[in-house]
Design a protein. Structure first.
Length: 152
């Protein structure tokens, strides 16, 4: 067998032994209180409510275990704003873990995503995203879109 045939055989054997890459599978989680038509929630940040709680929180149902979660945020207003944003994994035992906390200033019409790994030994039953804060009332009146995917 000549050197060219030997090289071809080596490449072919290496290709047979290579494991195919596994594609990640993600699916959108349904928002709590949604109408079932879209997993994307659009909200406008309102002022704090002196008589009750403001509607800054949005929860998403988690109905099965995932290896990670993708949290998506898009600024939906036509002018730039700083959005105060926090996100939590809520667990079946009543505890939670803050996975994001800060101010986010995307260009209008754009946003970002954050990947959050699952916590070993904990069962996530909801993902919570809070946009708005009494510490940043300048964000009042700005609109955004959020969604969450579970991935394996």
């Amino acid at each position: 067998m000549g050197p060219t045939a030997l090289l071809g055989l080596t490449v072919a054997l290496a290709a047979l032994g290579a494991a195919p890459a596994r594609a990640e599978r993600c699916e959108f989680l349904a928002p709590v209180g949604g109408d079932g038509t879209t997993p994307i929630v659009t909200k406008t940040i309102g002022p704090g409510n002196p008589l009750g709680r403001p509607n800054w929180n949005t929860d998403f149902f988690v109905t099965k275990p995932y290896a990670s979660y993708k949290l998506f945020f898009t600024a939906d207003s036509s002018v730039s704003a700083t959005y105060p944003l926090q996100a939590y994994l809520k667990f079946s035992d009543g505890s939670n873990l803050r996975v994001a906390d800060g101010n986010f200033t995307p260009t209008p019409g754009t946003g970002g995503a954050k990947r959050v790994p699952a916590v070993p030994g904990k069962l996530v039953n909801q993902v919570n995203i809070k946009v708005g804060s009494t510490n940043n009332m300048a964000a009042t009146g700005f609109t955004y879109r959020i969604s969450v995917q579970g991935c394996n």
